[in-house]
Design a protein around this ligand. Structure first.
Ligand code: COI
Length: 357
């Protein structure tokens, strides 16, 4: 790793901290943020931790016009010994660079970015909430800042990391959610940006989500963009089905986001010798399994959502109630084990934890 200095200018006024048993997701931000700029001449430079504050950006900055941006999501947890720790940050930084490549954004030094996150979290450690199910969500992102209206990759960027003490992502908490299978709109197609973590993927998904929200659906389940036949992912999670004892998740195909939690769930299931397969799975297959009583469980996985059991899937006017709308055995076991490792209550046989010292 190149030796690089992170300048620090600390906030003179600390903000009041929220009550941690009433935290929502992503509404409150800590006292500091990390920033670093890119120009072709200097590369990534001027790494700094500064007080959290609004940015001043040229209205012609390319981010506002053509959406050239990428982001990540990971969390910091407080252990019973009051130590702060991260979960697999190297996976997030690897993915950030894959997204950078797809969006024509210059790559960052992954090790240095992890070091920056560690230093930032250490400074704002008091913001890591302690109530059950809460954590400090870390949002690294890169925006294109060159003032220019031509369609081309920007020549200037800013990399920013902000921190937000969070509670559960869904209002249902860890209780089962209702998901609508989306038949009209598509999220991504092969060759598009589906596997990159870029804001446009989420912007284009909003309408579908809004149209079902008032019917009580937490999110939509996206099908493949060509035949609208095969399951891809949910708005902010990857998805798993347990059919006849086998856990199945859609195989990565270029249009599905490669989730860090998805990867961890697969590793855990393999470790427990629970059959787990990454393959194409059609909604027809899910419906048939439901009809013949072999659809035992469904759940989503994601950093924000952790593990979210799916109690009902609605597809073409058919309501598939899964496991009587209750959290399944595998979803609970995965949730309990993953969170026990993340919060330092259980040994980490996979070396997923990175301590912040
Ligand atoms: C995450 O799970 O961290 C995500 O990025 C999903 C989301 C909140 C957009």
């Amino acid at each position: 790793m190149k030796e690089r200095i992170i300048q620090k200018s600390l906030a003179s006024n600390k903000k009041p901290k929220p009550q941690t048993d009433q935290l929502e997701f992503g509404r409150v931000f800590t006292d500091h943020m990390f920033m670093m700029d890119y120009t072709p001449e200097a590369g990534w430079h001027d790494a700094r931790i500064v007080p959290y504050e609004p940015l001043t950006i040229d209205p012609a900055a390319m981010i506002f016009h053509y959406g050239q941006s990428v982001f990540e999501g990971l969390k910091a947890y407080l252990t019973p010994n009051n130590e702060a720790q991260l979960f697999r940050p190297e996976k997030n930084m690897e993915r950030l660079n894959r997204s950078n490549e797809r969006l024509c954004i210059p790559k960052i030094d992954e090790e240095f970015a992890i070091e920056a996150i560690k230093q930032l979290v250490a400074i704002d450690k008091e913001w890591i909430p302690t109530s059950e199910g809460t954590s400090l969500y870390i949002r690294p992102f890169i925006i294109s800042t060159e003032p220019y209206l031509g369609v081309a990759p920007s020549r200037r960027y800013t990399f920013i990391v902000i921190l937000s003490p969070v509670g559960a992502y869904y209002k249902e908490g860890i209780n089962p959610v209702k998901i609508a299978v989306e038949n009209t709109f598509v999220r991504a197609v092969k060759g598009g940006t589906g596997e990159a973590k870029t804001g446009g993927n989420y912007a284009s998904g909003l309408m579908a989500q809004e149209l079902v929200a008032d019917k009580g659906f937490a999110q939509v389940l996206w099908l493949d963009g060509v035949e609208k036949k095969y399951v891809e992912e949910v708005g902010s999670m990857n998805v798993f089905f347990k059919i006849n004892g086998e856990v199945i998740t859609p195989k990565l195909n270029g249009s599905i986001l490669e989730g860090v939690t998805r990867n961890s769930v697969i590793q855990l299931l393999k470790y427990w010798n629970v059959p787990v397969t990454e393959r194409k799975i059609s909604m027809e297959e899910v419906l048939d399994a439901h009809k013949n009583g072999t659809l035992e469980e469904a759940f989503g996985s994601g950093t924000a959502a952790v593990i979210s059991p799916i109690g009902q899937l609605t597809w073409e006017e058919k309501d598939l109630v899964i496991n009587e709308g209750q959290t399944g055995e595998i979803a609970k076991r995965v949730y309990d084990t993953l969170t026990a490792i993340q919060y330092g209550r259980k040994e980490d046989p996979f070396h997923w934890i990175v301590k912040i010292d």
